[in-house]
Design a protein around this ligand. Structure first.
Ligand code: GLU
Length: 477
């Protein structure tokens, strides 16, 4: 049976790269197996959940190309896909457990629990507070304000086989009568996740190993409700370079930030997939390869450390190689950034011709847009220092001469270079003297891809115009 998997983020305003990694593994598995990938929004924490915090996640998922088959904006047979709209289901499940004696209503107020907690802390400062079961055997009073707690067994153990971590056994005495439903009627994560994973027919739950501790409780809930638990796969964590939980203090952690820096979606996915999955020593994968190669046997338990430089290198590799980023795709990705720079409709043919020169040096799309700018901005934007240094009265006659050389003959890099070289020989000038003034008047900058290649891409009319204007500026000094 093809798998049904899900990514179930709690809205927080943006998609954390750790969440993106988890989404990726689920997506890859669904795509590999012809299964279904579901996006479910776990928005039962009313304080944190705002519509805009969901939008950020949805936008980043779309940008990464992690498309979902069921969920927000798509719909599906298990709609709604927002937990805040599924509260009746959780209440129903909790009520059923109460009726069947597997859960009970707890009337303890927050104040009473605070007192019990303080007392326990005074007696055993290091022990975790365990709810003493005050309401376990109380008379059932559905009309009094109450939470619903699971009636956990004190004996025995819960065991399950995790696809990554193997057999995990947790003695029941470590579990307490945990809350299923709060007194305001909102479910806790464990209940809502179980009800939804069951209702949505999820066959495999893959999520960060920070949830490993919740799984035994979830299994108890499955069993109490008479449901078959799904399979589980817990994934190692992305840690900071020094081994702590990765947070904003260490690095940019939002997918949107890498998008703004000009990373490509596949560059991001390729870097993230290595947190948990590997395929021999191979570092660089296309999206297609990831889908074809992904499996659970190759997922390891070892946490990884986030390395910003490595991330940039992986992205650069994707931008360099035209088997990974074909020219048309590269052009499509960089055009919006050129537009942002005020270059409305860059000529497609010029853009495609310039790309091979840019690929070798642009590590991000932002850098690519910078390198491409002068092809489309006329006149180019002059770097003040470069202009002052190289567009001098001495250089003016050289630029006039080169202008004459470029007026006729083939406008190819090799022909132009040949022509300039023989003229330099005649005049007993060196390439070193002339190349920089020429470069500055054509590109506005003192550094660029090989000059004659740039000229060929630029084409005769534009090149001549720039030489003329450059010579004028040089005369003025
Ligand atoms: N909403 C939970 C989270 O964002 C989901 C955990 C799970 O996948 O079960 O961590």
């Amino acid at each position: 049976m093809p798998p049904r998997v899900r990514f179930a983020p709690s809205p927080s305003g943006y998609l954390h790269i750790g969440g993106a990694r988890t989404a990726l593994f689920n997506w890859l598995w669904a795509r590999r197996q012809g299964g279904t990938f579901i996006l479910r929004v776990e928005d039962t924490d009313q304080e944190r959940s705002r519509p805009e915090s969901i939008q950020g996640i949805v936008d980043s998922m779309r940008w990464l190309g992690l498309d979902w088959d069921e969920g927000p904006g798509v719909g599906g047979p298990c709609a709604p896909y927002f937990q805040s709209e599924r509260r009746a289901l959780y209440r129903e499940a909790a009520e059923r457990l109460v009726r069947e004696g597997k859960a009970y209503r707890c009337y303890c107020t927050k104040e009473e629990l605070d007192v019990a907690r303080a007392k326990a802390r005074a007696e055993h400062p290091n022990a975790q507070f365990v709810y003493p079961g005050t309401c376990r055997d109380r008379k059932d009073e559905p009309d009094r304000p109450h939470a619903v707690r699971f009636k956990a067994s004190r004996e025995g153990a819960v065991a399950f086989v995790d696809k990554v971590f193997g057999t995990i056994t947790t003695p029941n005495k470590e579990l307490q009568d945990f809350v299923l439903l709060r007194s305001d009627g909102y479910p806790l994560y464990n209940l809502a996740a179980v009800v939804d994973d069951h209702e949505m027919g999820i066959t495999l739950v893959a999520r960060g190993r920070d949830h490993l501790g919740n799984t035994p409780q979830q299994i108890l809930i499955y069993r109490a409700l008479g449901y078959e638990p799904p399979e589980f796969a817990h994934l190692p964590m992305i840690l900071s370079p020094s081994g702590e939980k990765l947070s904003k203090r260490h690095a940019a952690v939002g997918v949107d930030e890498y998008r703004a820096r000009g990373y490509t979606p596949v560059g991001v996915l390729n870097y993230l997939v290595r947190f948990g999955w590997s395929f021999g020593d191979q570092e660089i994968f296309s999206r297609r390869e990831l889908v074809d190669l992904f499996d659970w046997q190759r997922v390891s338990r070892s946490d990884g450390r986030f390395d910003e430089k490595k991330f940039l290198d992986v992205n650069f590799e994707h931008m360099k190689r035209d088997d990974l980023t074909p020219p048309e795709a590269y052009a499509d990705m960089v055009v919006p950034l050129l537009r942002e720079r005020g270059l409305a409709e860059p000529d497609r043919a010029t853009l495609l011709a310039a790309l091979p020169l840019v690929r070798e040096r642009a590590r991000t799309l932002v850098e690519a847009a910078h390198h491409l700018d002068f092809y489309f901005r006329d006149p180019p934007e002059f770097d003040d220092k470069a202009k002052a240094k190289f567009l001098t009265p001495q250089a003016a006659p050289w630029l006039d001469a080169v202008h004459r050389l470029f007026e006729q003959g083939d406008f190819t890099a090799s022909r132009l270079e040949q022509a300039v070289k023989s003229w330099l020989d005649q005049e007993q000038l060196s390439m070193k003297q002339v190349a920089q003034p020429l470069r500055v008047c054509v590109t506005g900058r003192s550094a660029s891809p090989p000059l004659f290649d740039v000229l060929e891409v630029l084409g005769r009319p534009l090149a001549l115009r720039r030489l003329e204007r450059g010579a004028e500026l040089a005369r003025k000094g």
